[in-house]
Design a protein around this ligand. Structure first.
Ligand code: SF4
Length: 340
């Protein structure tokens, strides 16, 4: 089960992000430790696809997104967009580049100025990027309100006059108004009721088709990621541990962490309910991640090698990459089943 190969629009290579931890007197106390939020993450975002990034809270998915958007500087690694390495852009260069890549947050309300009317809020990005004159900007706002399913009279309203679902439509409108090529969605439907979630997800899919958007979709919700994604990357403790087309990942999750994560969701893909080993224990602290495979403290299949050697991502089936010693050994032996 593969998806058609398309050109990568964003190529993330060996991305690292560490946060310094200071003593009781802040920077004056010096750096006491470092939080390894993202470690050696590599993946491609292909033109026109939806790439889902999934994992427990604290797995590093939101930090990955914020780092590749330049909202927090990368410690190491590259994010290639054409010939540019986005980790090297200055603040000024990012300001111009934001036209290409936009973000939609979980809670759009916190980023909407409560004292401004929606029309003014939506016209601001157009003004910042010098797009159109006043009349054209106003016309563009009415157009985008219609595209995201809002009404012309909403132009004159304030953010507090909108429901949760409508605010997320506003978040989408603000991201889309300058016609970006890529949208990074960070848990955009987590705070919404299930019925509103599906409306927003379906809207996103329609917008993606009509506006030829590429989406990076971050969520901890497996049914949401399955519904929206063409391919999925699974993160654990700052590392990417598995990546595959959506159907392939759900029908045959190979990494023990992915299997455990999916065990919480009923799986009827093979015509019967399957039970997998549930995830035990807590996610370790990113201040002191385990040596070797970061999952070995919770993995039911861990062997000695797992405590010493870091498994590397390896393609074990077409478009299906996994970082696990046991899966790699099964693949080397050409075993029909690769799952431990
Ligand atoms: Fe488990 Fe070892 Fe595979 Fe890590 S490398 S997931 S500890 S079997």
């Amino acid at each position: 089960m593969t998806v058609p190969d398309r050109e990568p629009i964003l190529d993330v290579k060996g991305l690292h992000k560490q946060f310094p931890v200071y003593g009781p007197f802040g920077r004056l106390s010096g750096v006491r430790a470092r939080v390894q939020a993202v470690t050696d993450v590599s993946f491609e975002l292909r033109e026109g696809e939806t790439y889902g990034l999934v994992g427990e809270s604290g797995s590093g998915k939101s930090t990955t997104a914020r780092t590749l958007l330049g909202l927090t500087p990368a410690t190491k690694g590259e994010v290639r967009y054409g010939k540019r390495n986005l980790t090297k852009l200055s603040r000024e260069e990012w300001r111009a580049f934001r036209k290409e890549i936009q973000m939609v947050f979980q809670d759009p309300y916190s980023s909407l100025n409560p004292r401004k009317r929606i029309g003014t809020i939506l016209e601001e990005p157009l003004e910042i990027h010098g797009l159109g004159d006043a009349a054209e900007r106003k016309q563009q706002v009415f157009r985008i309100l219609e595209i995201v399913g809002l009404r012309p009279e909403h132009y004159f309203r304030y953010p507090h006059e909108f429901s949760g679902g409508q605010r997320q439509r506003l978040g989408l409108a603000r991201a889309l108004i300058i016609s970006p090529r890529i949208i990074v969605c960070d848990e955009p439907v987590s705070a919404l009721d299930v019925s509103i979630q599906s409306q927003i997800l379906n809207l996103l899919k329609d917008l993606q088709r009509d506006m030829k958007l590429t989406l990076l979709f971050i969520t901890h919700d497996l049914s949401v990621v399955r519904h929206i994604s063409d391919r999925i990357g699974v993160m654990y403790l700052g590392r990417l541990v598995e990546e595959a087309p959506t159907d392939g990942l759900f029908s045959e999750p190979l990494h023990p962490y992915t299997q455990a994560l999916f065990s919480a969701v009923p799986d009827f893909t093979r015509g019967k309910l399957e039970r997998r080993k549930p995830l035990q224990g807590e996610i370790p602290s990113p201040l002191n991640p385990p040596a070797g495979c970061v999952f070995h403290t919770r993995c039911p299949w861990a062997v000695d090698r797992c405590k010493r050697e870091i498994p590397q991502m390896r393609e074990v089936r077409p478009q299906h990459r996994v970082a696990c010693h046991l899966v790699e050994e099964q693949a080397d032996k050409n075993e029909p089943s690769l799952a431990p």
